[in-house]
Design a protein. Structure first.
Lengths: 342, 594
């Protein structure tokens, strides 16, 4: 697979111009990737693209894949930011979510990472599962903060249709998730993180000042990116394309020097809708002058007009020419964005 | 002309008119076996589906009797009270009527009202006891009832079954022997009264008429007197199962005319057709049908207004009893304030718009027509809550009253009294038609039967009650305008004119219903019912708890955008009242209160 990805990178080296500021190994389980493959990939990217010497290079990993040896190798290969899918420090919770790791591993891997010299660490936590009480949620967050990480992503558990989880809920083997509980735990989280002095810079992301994820932030700024491998998405500012998901098809096609993708051209309106949707999720909010500049005065005017009711109900603030969701508004980000769509 | 007979079939609803018509058509071989089906004259989809006749239907039969060939023009009429005007029109084209009475049910409310209509028109009545094949047939009792009612002799009453075909030949003989042949002069100036019209998208307006005097020929130049318009008679003929082209239609006969008129408004039912070259006098037309119930009809999508207007024009041509004028609503945009003959009529208009014209519409709270008198002595006719003057300018309001006639079994008198008195009714008469049949007469406000009266009557009497009503003028009443507010903004389309004693209960139920129908939003919605500034009921819809997706990176972005765009698209079908999005169903909520 990694050979194919190297090959794809060669085929698409002209997709992006300018400096590459971030590299992200994610989706699936890159922590299972053999070390030499990882080194080869990073080396290739550096050769093919103008990679900033200070580039943020992140690798997603699972606690049960993490060993001192691997960590050293990743470091050696150039990875400078580690994202660990901890999810919870409670056994019961991990079982409910059907995770491969246990509570001990969850904590231990963070220590190992620190020992290996990774000081830029982010972990994922999940809330709103039926087994997680508010006290346990508090414990999880406190634990994370006490372990010396710099970045935290928190997701409310969503039950995707047609998964084992959805099936078990349907058959009443396990309890369903409750929007009420999820909303409440999200509110608690916002409050705790504010007290801890962290930035709530995007709906699901918190950072110690100066430690935002540069990579994810680019998504929300509408920056261009190249995605490599099966199902990977790429974006050049006006069109988005995604590779076939099927591994075999992908491999076969790349072998024949053809990148197998589908593409979608975004209309200015769709681009604006994406801007509305992603910008509202961020701490900086939606910039009215930015809409005026890139779209039109009329669009900007209409957005401000439609936002009036949310301002009235204290879901949004209009500050320095920006529309910013309040904590209350963050719970409704989707509906509010849809309402402001053009 | 002495070989023509014009007659109609009248009866209470479901007493078997259309089924009997089937047998007559079969027996006279007007309709071949291949084309035959049950209630063949009920050719509208809606009629077949609901199993009731909505429109009168004329058809010509030929029949040989005692070695002479007769032309029999038959009109099948509807039985439902909402459509009694269809009966009165049909009567204008006839010299006689078959009055059917279901042998298991006896005389019912519309048996009596339709009989009176026929008598007013000097029609020869042939009483027929129908459905005698049924186990529950009570022939002697029903005979007594009929003799009491019309004062005929016992041997004048025919026995029949439309289902098993009993008595058909006797009915045809009676039609020929007892109903007088039409009078009139073929050579006099043409006078033909239009008693019905339909719109055909290919051929335009097709008018049905009865020729009183003169002869109409294909190619004649004709004048429609009331509308004062002249046309060429492009095609004329008589009505068989379809249109049957002829060179001429003479005095005494019933026929159709096609003139290429495309505009619905150019043909008025009740108008007289005459010849331009040799004009006759107009015949007395029909009394304008007076709508009983008014409601707004609006397009679901505001942009479809013009299309809806076009469809309303066409529908009106097929149903002259529908009246409408332009109405504007803040909530719903442009639409029409329509007058209907009753709630069934309203339901049917809405369904026809949907089926025949592909128009989905929003219908607003129905109300009757009130008279409002201002302190300065002006009289304002209020067909729409928006037209009600401000209470400070009001002297008094009058509401329409009806005389309600209910025929039932003695054991249900108690229930009916409770129901009608609870609806502000006053009992004016109670009489036994026979030992087992009671007639109750009430004076009641019409507005009380607009909402949930029929259903209650039916359930309170297990269906053993028939109901008829006629307007008896206006009386003073304490009517108020009740408004619905969403987060403080008035929803004009949900305002109602209602008796003060009903307002609280109605307001509460409406608020509850709206609570069910309005989707949660990002903020709380207050639903209030108010009379003037006074809130009489309220409900709250709490804000959504949470509406946000966790992950929004890379490919999630376009997935999510598409989802939200779809959501936005769905919202476009909702109406915006201030800050609140209101789905169409909410405007129909009032019609669905228990
Ligand atoms: N047993 C029996 N049933 C009958 C007879 N005539 C009609 N029916 C049934 O009675 C019901 C009503 O018949 P219709 O012919 O539609 O009655 P209608 O008087 O035309 O009804 P409206 O036009 O709606 O007033 C149907 O279910 C018929 O099948 C009859 O002679 N015997
Ligand atoms: Mg019928």
């Amino acid at each position: 697979m990694s050979e194919a990805i190297v090959h794809e990178a060669e085929l698409r080296k002209d997709y992006i111009s300018g400096k590459v500021e971030t590299i992200y190994f994610g989706g699936g389980t890159p922590s299972l990737l053999p070390l030499e493959d990882l080194s080869k990939l990073i080396a290739t990217f550096k050769k093919l693209f103008d990679v900033d010497p200070d580039a943020e290079i992140t690798l997603e990993s699972n606690p049960d894949d993490i060993t001192a040896e691997k960590l050293a190798g990743w470091k050696e290969a150039g990875v400078n930011r580690l994202s660990i899918g901890i999810q919870s420090f409670f056994e019961e919770d991990l079982k409910w979510m059907n995770r491969a790791h246990n509570a001990t591993q969850a904590e231990a891997c963070i220590h190992l990472a620190h020992q290996a010299g990774f000081d830029n660490l982010t972990i994922d936590l999940i809330y709103g599962t039926p087994t997680l009480t508010d006290e346990q949620w508090k414990h999880n967050v406190d634990k994370a903060l006490s372990l010396g990480i710099t970045h935290l992503s928190c997701y409310a558990l969503t039950v995707e249709a047609k998964t084992a989880l959805a099936d078990m809920i349907k058959k009443h083997r396990i309890e369903d998730v409750s929007a009420d509980k999820q909303g409440h735990q999200f509110e608690l989280l916002m409050q705790w993180m504010q007290e801890a002095g962290w930035e709530h810079y995007e709906i699901s992301n918190f950072a110690k000042p100066g430690h935002r994820s540069r990579h994810n932030s680019s998504y929300w700024k509408g920056a261009s990116y190249l995605g490599l491998g099966p199902s990977a998405h790429s974006f050049n500012g006006t069109s988005r394309q995604w590779n076939v998901a099927n591994n075999a098809l992908y491999l076969k096609s790349i072998e024949q020097n053809i990148v197998p993708f589908e593409i979608e051209q975004l209309t200015p309106e769709q681009q604006l809708n994406e801007y509305i949707m992603t910008s509202l999720r961020t701490m900086e909010g939606l910039s009215v002058p930015y809409v005026q500049l890139h779209w039109s005065d009329k669009q900007a005017e209409e957005i401000v007009r439609d936002a009036e009711k949310f301002l009235q109900h204290n879901l949004m603030e209009h500050k320095n020419d920006r529309l910013i969701l309040t904590q209350k508004g963050k719970l409704m980000a989707d509906g509010i964005a849809a309402d402001l769509f053009r | 002309m002495d070989k023509i007979r014009n007659f109609c079939i009248i009866a209470h609803i479901d007493h078997g008119k259309s089924t009997l018509a089937d047998r007559l058509l079969e027996f006279t071989k007007t309709i071949g076996e291949r084309d035959m089906m049950n209630q063949v004259l009920d050719d509208m989809d809606l009629e077949r589906e609901k199993g009731i006749t909505i429109k009168s239907h004329a058809i010509q039969m030929s029949y040989e009797y005692k070695n002479s060939k007769y032309t029999l023009n038959l009109i099948d009429t509807p039985g439902h009270v909402d459509f009694s005007y269809e009966v009165s029109r049909a009567l204008a084209a006839c010299e006689g009527a078959l009055l059917l009475v279901d042998a298991t049910q006896g005389i019912q409310a519309q048996t009596i009202s339709n009989l009176y209509l026929a008598l007013e028109n000097d029609l020869e009545i042939i009483p027929v006891i129908n459905k005698i094949d049924m186990d529950g047939a009570m022939i002697p009792e029903v005979k007594d009832q009929i003799i009491d009612l019309i004062g005929c002799k016992e041997d004048e009453i025919l026995l029949a079954s439309g289902k098993s075909g009993i008595g058909i030949e006797e009915i045809l003989s009676a039609v020929i022997e007892r109903i007088p042949a039409p009078k009139g002069n073929e050579d006099a100036p043409l006078q033909a009264i239009i008693f019905d019209s339909v719109f055909n998208s290919f051929r335009g307006v097709i008018a049905y008429y009865r020729v009183y005097n003169g002869t109409i020929k294909q190619g004649d130049q004709v004048r429609f007197i009331a509308t004062d318009a002249e046309y060429d008679a492009d095609e004329i003929g008589v009505l068989k199962l379809g249109l049957d082209k002829r060179k001429e239609v003479k005095a005494g006969d019933v026929g159709y005319i096609i003139t290429g008129i495309k505009n619905a408004k150019d043909v008025k039912v009740g108008d007289t057709i005459t010849l331009v070259s040799n004009p006759g006098e107009p015949i007395q037309g029909f009394e304008e049908v007076k709508p009983m119930v008014f409601a707004g009809i609006f397009p679901v999508v505001t942009e479809d207004f013009e299309e809806l207007r076009d469809c309303m024009d066409k529908l009106q041509l097929n149903d002259a009893s529908l009246t409408y004028e332009l109405e504007t609503s803040q909530a719903l945009g442009f639409g029409f304030r329509c007058g209907f003959l009753g709630l069934l009529h309203m339901e049917i208009i809405q369904e026809r718009l949907e089926r025949e014209f592909n128009q989905t519409v929003i219908t607003t709270v129905p109300n009757v027509s009130f008279n409002a008198y201002t302190s300065r002595g002006e009289k304002i006719i209020v067909n729409n809550p928006a037209e009600m003057p401000d209470p400070t300018r009001l002297d008094r309001i009058e509401e329409p009253y009806i005389k309600a006639q209910i025929i039932t079994l003695p054991e249900y008198i108690g229930n009916i009294m409770t129901l009608c008195l609870g609806k502000r009714g006053i009992l004016i008469n109670q009489s036994y038609l026979t030992t087992t049949r009671v007639e109750l007469m009430f004076e009641m406000p019409l507005t009380e039967i607009v909402f949930d009266f029929y259903d209650k009557l039916k359930s309170q009497t297990r269906g053993y009650a028939s109901f008829d009503y006629s307007p008896i003028g206006y009386r003073e009443a304490d009517i108020v305008k009740m408004d619905i507010l969403l987060n403080g903004d008035k929803v004009d389309a949900l305002s109602a004119l209602i008796h003060r004693s009903r307002a609280q209960d109605f307001g509460r139920k409406l608020c509850e219903k709206l609570k069910e129908l309005l989707p949660r939003q990002q903020f709380q919605i207050a639903i209030q019912a108010a009379i003037g500034a006074k809130v009489i009921a309220r409900e709250n819809i709490s804000a959504m708890r949470k509406d946000v997706t966790a992950k929004c990176y890379g490919g999630d972005i376009s997935r999510k955008r598409k989802l939200l765009e779809k959501q936005k698209e769905g919202k476009k079908r909702m109406r915006q009242i201030g800050n609140v999005e209101v789905p169409q169903e909410a405007f129909l909520a009032v019609l669905k209160l228990d």
